[in-house]
Design a protein around this ligand. Structure first.
Ligand code: PLP
Ligand code: COI
Length: 367
């Protein structure tokens, strides 16, 4: 069936006949981990060059059938998003700045020669999925439902050009802490042999290839006893960029926050932007500028840099305890997390979970 393109998209639905029973779902929600379990439904919408976006549906969660020649399998033309849905004390469910994810998906689409999904259709895709899978939003502290919208080039064609058939999907996964062991200072491995993204590349797009490029250095980080990998700029190997899946902040002893400026090769984190807003609201100075590795190392040694943290949807705000490289190590993961780091984390999560007023209008009700 092909529904003609309408704006906004009209969704049809096929409810799952094998939705998990309440007891099974509750057992999963009691210990969700991260990215291991998925809800009963998913959204799918098709785009073709001729018809635009059409056939918007909620269907049972399940495997995707793809032709072996689908161009995503060969050339990696794909993008994705990550956002969370939180259950408030009164049972209502809310997402955090979903319009910002819609806009970033549009920017990623442009860079990866994929079609733009209008913001209203993106938001509707979330509402539609949550209308079926709302019971999957956990309620325990620090838990949420992680939503993963993504777009893949599904045209069967081996010539190298932008696909003329694309699938948009949304899946959802109940989530606890991203890092094993909950909220604790993590250790970071400095990648000196590999870069994540280069000038003019795809670093600012949320596209699978950036993550594929981070896997080998991430494995090196694990081998060296670290939780995450830090990338430097690919030109001078001197400036901090970001971690494999998070942005980074340093805190000066006078309370100034310092974070690498958006260079074109860093992902524009929504958590990053929200932290900048919250810190400025409190009267902290925030410097978005090139930050050298030497500044961090020397600042820790002199006491000028008193805290550092990673931030992202999955990791929220995670204190960084130590930074290690092939020939150096600074910091200590057993030291207590920084006070400003933890207080910004509390303020952000208080807003997300509805414990504090949403003064910036960041929350959108989804059920
Ligand atoms: N940087 C990378 C490479 C990421 O994958 C993410 C996670 O989405 C972030 C930064 C943080 O972005 P956000 O705060 O929007 O989740
Ligand atoms: C996110 O925070 O949404 C991400 O994409 C990070 C990923 C490592 C799970």
């Amino acid at each position: 069936m092909t529904a003609a393109t309408t704006f906004p998209l009209a969704f049809s639905a096929t409810p799952s006949q094998s939705a998990r029973a309440e007891a099974e779902r509750e057992a999963i929600l009691a210990d969700p981990g991260f990215g291991k379990h998925f809800t009963d439904h998913m959204v799918q919408v098709t785009w073709t060059l001729d018809e635009g976006w059409h056939d918007a549906e909620v269907v049972p969660y399940g495997p995707i059938t793809l032709d072996p020649a689908a161009s995503v399998l060969h050339y990696g033309q794909e993008i994705f998003e990550g956002l969370k849905v939180y259950r408030h004390a009164d049972g209502s469910i809310w997402s955090f700045r979903p319009e910002a994810n819609a806009l970033r998906l549009q920017r990623s689409a442009e860079r990866m020669a994929l079609p733009s999904l209008p913001t209203e259709d993106f938001l509707e895709s979330l509402r539609q999925l949550l209308a079926f899978d709302k019971a999957w939003v956990p309620s325990a502290p620090e838990t949420s439902l992680y939503i993963r919208p993504f777009m893949i080039a599904s045209e069967s064609f081996l010539g190298v050009r932008a696909a003329q058939k694309v699938d948009y999907r949304v899946i959802a996964s109940p989530a606890g802490a991203y890092f094993h062991g909950g909220v604790r200072p993590v250790s970071i491995w400095l990648s000196t042999d590999y870069s994540r993204a280069g000038r003019g590349g795809t670093g600012a797009a949320k596209t699978g290839g950036n993550y594929a490029a981070s896997l080998l250095p991430q494995a090196e980080a694990y081998r060296n006893g670290c939780d995450q990998v830090l990338f430097l700029d690919s030109v001078e190997q001197k400036y901090l960029e970001e971690l494999g899946g998070m942005n980074i902040f340093l805190v000066r002893h006078d309370g100034t926050l310092i974070t690498p400026a958006l260079s074109g090769s860093i992902l524009e984190g929504i958590t990053r932007e929200s932290i900048i807003r919250l810190a400025k609201d409190r009267g902290h100075a925030v410097e978005e500028r090139p930050v050298t590795l030497d500044e961090w190392r020397e600042g820790v040694a002199s006491g000028e840099i008193s805290e550092s943290f990673a931030c992202g949807t999955a990791a929220v705000i995670t204190p960084i305890g130590a930074l290690k490289g092939p020939d150096f190590a600074i910091g200590d993961v057993s030291a207590p997390a920084g006070a400003l780091t933890m207080s910004l984390r509390e303020e952000l999560t208080d807003i997300q979970y509805g414990r504090k007023p949403d003064r910036h209008g960041w929350l959108t009700r989804l059920g």
